[in-house]
Design a protein around this ligand. Structure first.
Ligand code: DNO
Length: 358
């Protein structure tokens, strides 16, 4: 397991490289050019700036998260080919600084969705929260209208400047089915996988978060069966997944340790975090510890360990603790605690395995 830490860049992150350097066992940054829109080429010049920053602290840039996929590609529009060409160019450019894994997702319109970014927990910390009934009962068009009229920020990701765009996209997706989305994904992969393969890069899709349809939009990377179908789309060694225990774990039917045992050689990148799921389908992101959530993180790490996992891992979202002011889910403290928890488990399994051998 090669430990990494997500960093949003000098102007976008409250966490500094100096701080990350002091977390035990972190060898690389999970990075992106966060000012680039989906579909834009990532210029080598901008990539080199991140490289210089990382070099100062001895971090590698092996894992990119994410080069986002333009909506026209997900929609299967004729304009997609130009965006796919740009995507290929970005693959070639990140390869020049040694990238080995590109995490991406194929979720229409919204990436991860939550109803509250700072939900107070019993111990006074706050965390990302999803209220299922609230999302299920929401008519997104109505929400756009309401938000436009009072300019209030009603949902994470629904900033006023994005609304016109969201309304247009929701319309464009009205007739796109899950099967269409699978087809568009396959088309995209057929074009980009050979380029990734040629540059020694693995494309690792991130599952949908949450792993079900929201606002009537199709979502396809949601379960063990879906991952199986996805992996069957190509035999390329460049074709893999980012196994996110928290995203898939929001559906209690997803047995994460079982999925790791089954797919471990197709998981170049592991996102490890816990989530507590309530009977009504709500969920909250807890500490990484098994006892605090619904995903058995100790068994997740065991599943990686017993399969000799040599891929990259990162702690995922953390709670906001000790009064930290940070990006939602991306503070220093709880993610650093998460790393120590993951190492603690890993080291114990390692010791146990060595003792068994001798
Ligand atoms: C949330 C992340 C996601 C993830 C993308 C991958 O914090 O896990 O935004 O980066 O879905 O493409």
């Amino acid at each position: 397991m090669r430990m990494t830490f997500r960093w949003y860049g000098e102007n976008n992150d409250s966490v500094t490289l100096e701080q990350i350097k002091q977390i035990p066992g972190v060898e690389g940054l999970v990075w992106a050019l966060h000012d680039k829109m989906a579909g834009e080429v990532w210029p080598l010049e901008d990539i080199m700036k991140v490289k210089e920053q990382a070099d100062r602290y001895g971090f590698h840039l092996d894992v990119v998260e994410s080069i986002n996929v333009h909506e026209d590609i997900k929609l299967g529009l004729p304009t997609r080919d130009a965006y796919i060409e740009n995507y290929k160019e970005s693959i070639r450019n990140v390869a020049k600084v040694g990238a080995k894994v590109i995490c991406y997702n194929f979720m229409p319109v919204f990436d991860w969705t939550r109803t509250d970014l700072f939900k107070e927990m019993e111990d006074g910390s706050t965390a990302l929260f999803y209220e299922k009934a609230k999302v299920d009962s929401m008519d997104p068009h109505e929400l756009v209208r309401q938000t436009t009229s009072n300019a209030a920020f009603t949902m994470p990701g629904w900033e006023p400047e994005r609304l016109a765009h969201i309304e247009k996209l929701l319309k464009a997706y009205e007739n796109v089915t899950e099967e269409d989305l699978w087809e568009h994904l396959q088309y995209f992969l057929e074009q980009v996988l050979p380029v990734a393969e040629e540059h020694g890069i693995q494309m690792a899709i991130h599952p949908d978060d949450p792993p079900w349809s929201v606002f009537g939009l199709p979502r396809i990377i949601t379960s063990e069966a879906a991952v199986e179908r996805f992996l069957q789309l190509s035999n390329s060694p460049a074709h893999g997944i980012t196994l996110c225990s928290g995203s898939l774990g929001a559906n209690p039917e997803n047995d994460i340790p079982k999925m790791i045992r089954r797919f471990h050689d197709r998981i170049p990148f592991a996102h490890i975090r816990n989530v507590k799921v309530y009977d009504n389908g709500d969920f909250i992101e807890t500490s990484h510890r098994s006892q605090d959530g619904s995903v058995h993180i100790a068994d997740v790490v065991k599943a990686y360990h017993e399969n000799g996992y040599t891929g990259y891992a990162r702690p995922d979202h953390g709670r906001h603790i000790w009064d930290e002011k940070c990006r939602p889910g991306y503070g220093l403290y709880d993610r650093a605690l998460g790393i120590m928890h993951l190492w603690g488990l890993w080291d114990a399994y390692e010791l146990e395995a060595k003792r068994r051998q001798s």
